[in-house]
Design a protein around this ligand. Structure first.
Ligand code: UDX
Length: 446
């Protein structure tokens, strides 16, 4: 009989994983400790913007018209323990306040809350991004706390989904990595993933520490690629080169590849920045901090991009922000998401505001979250309203709809036709033809 599945934590990762497992035919119970989230999800509503997820929930949440009924949500660990044969732990591990290390308290609490309800053999599968060494510690804790004792086994199965593509990445992953301590656990996970999900996806079986490391090193590598091209953007600006052409030419080398070579104001979000820092912190604890010293530089190149955009904006408005109106297009850390965690766009907007600029922001999906994080900025409901009266417009998140903007129409309402492209995705010629002074990071001025 197919195992019953619980998913603990219903953020981007958990909600998507739960819906995807239901899509694959499993009976699924999603658990979250926040009753409001459980109530929303039980009505088929998603607490964040993630393309395709709401549709998937509607297909499967029990009680909704025409649904398969395979997916339910609860706040009860007791119910989860009784229901599940396999429990996926998907809670988040944010950066600790004022420290590089990540906060393991949600993971620890999830294990401590679930384990006492495991009365029969069960497989607990960690998916959260954790410091290497956590799985071994958690496996011991599980055996100690679960009434089933050694019958409660741990596996580690890192998740590589991108926000904005969570459903696609979960249903069609690049690879599946499982860190296991027994053949039985491997067999069970192979069976779960022996569905369309794993068709064509390489299945890599490792020990616990390697599985944990795959995630940390993948994210560090991606961050390194972005900072590398951003360092080249700095050089291009000084030497008069064009980083977009440079990246295109580099990308034709298969060994380098085209992806993650888009220069701009750098990376943000809930994953790359904090995973990079947590990895460095863990290397320090392991006594091998030198191995990752270079990541400090990756982080500082990235943070420098934000400061550089502020300086370009200052220069554009004549050397000081006082009395100047600065319009910011984009607040989320990337398009097709409403997530503003560690968003370079919002950070730049905030810095300019704190330096006396009158900042007005528009974002297609991130306004509510941005308002919560930065209530003192001004927000408008459209790009056109946001740029009204602007002395400079900053393009900071590359939403598709910003590429479609009509430079002539916007040109009618701004105070000065000046735009800075912080994401290198706007068509410079179109803006220049409409009379705008257009500048992009790492590219020649005109
Ligand atoms: C990332 C990883 O891609 C994913 O595998 C992991 O599971 C979680 O972290 P995500 O945070 O959703 O996913 O975003 P991603 O698409 O990787 O972008 C991260 C940041 O890098 C964004 O701020 C994006 O704007 C920036 N970026 C990306 C660049 O600045 N240049 C690029 O070329 C690519």
């Amino acid at each position: 009989m197919a195992p019953k599945i619980t998913v603990i934590g219903t953020g981007y990762l958990g909600a998507t994983h739960a819906a995807a497992m239901a899509e694959l035919g499993f009976e699924v119970l999603g658990l979250d400790v926040v009753p409001e989230k459980v109530a929303m999800l039980s009505e088929g509503r998603v607490p964040m913007f993630e393309p395709g997820l709401e549709e998937l929930l509607h297909k499967h949440v029990a009680g909704l018209e025409g649904s398969s009924g395979r997916l339910r949500f609860t706040t009860s660990y007791e119910e989860a323990g009784e229901f599940g044969d396999v429990h996926f732990v998907c809670v988040n591990t944010p950066q600790k306040h004022g420290e590089y290390a990540c906060d393991m308290s949600y993971v620890d609490t999830a294990f401590a809350s679930l384990a006492p309800h495991l009365h029969r053999p069960a497989l607990v599968v960690g998916k959260s991004t954790v410091p290497v060494g956590s799985a071994e510690r958690l496996a011991a804790r599980l055996t100690e706390l679960a009434p089933a004792g050694e019958g409660a086994e741990l596996a580690w199965n890192p998740e590589f989904l991108r926000e904005g593509f969570a459903v696609k990445d979960t249903l069609h992953p690049d690879r599946i990595v499982v860190g296991v301590a027994s053949e039985q656990a491997e067999k069970q996970l192979r069976e779960i993933y022996a569905t369309p999900i794993a068709e064509g996806s390489p299945f890599v079986v490792t020990d616990y520490p390697t599985a944990e490391l795959v995630k940390a090193s993948a994210n560090s590598f991606l961050a390194t690629k972005i900072s590398y091209i951003n360092a080249m953007a700095e050089i291009c600006e000084a030497a008069g080169g064009d980083v977009v052409k440079l990246a295109e030419a580099l990308g034709h080398d298969d060994r380098i590849g085209k992806k993650f070579l888009r220069a701009g104001i750098g990376f943000g979000g809930g994953c790359l920045p904090k995973d990079l820092r947590a990895f460095m912190a863990r290397a320090g604890e392991l006594g091998v901090d030198q191995a990752l010293t270079f990541l400090r530089e990756i982080d500082s190149i990235n943070m420098r991009r934000r400061g550089h955009m502020v300086e370009l904006a200052r220069e554009a408005v004549g050397g000081g922000f006082l009395g100047k109106r600065v319009s910011v297009l984009g607040a989320t850390f990337k398009p097709d998401s409403d997530d503003v965690r560690d968003s370079p766009a919002l950070n730049v907007a905030g810095q300019i505001h704190l330096q006396g600029g009158q900042v007005t922001v528009f974002d297609p999906k991130g306004m509510d979250n941005a308002r919560r994080v930065f209530p003192t900025l001004r927000y408008e409901d459209s790009a056109l309203e946001a740029v009204r009266g602007a002395h400079v417009v900053l393009h900071l998140t590359e939403w598709g709809e910003f590429r479609e903007l009509d430079p002539a129409e916007l040109g009618e309402v701004v105070a000065e036709r000046r735009i800075l492209d912080g994401r290198n995705t706007l068509d410079a010629d179109r803006w220049r033809e409409a009379g705008w002074t257009f500048r992009a990071m790492g590219r020649p001025r005109a």
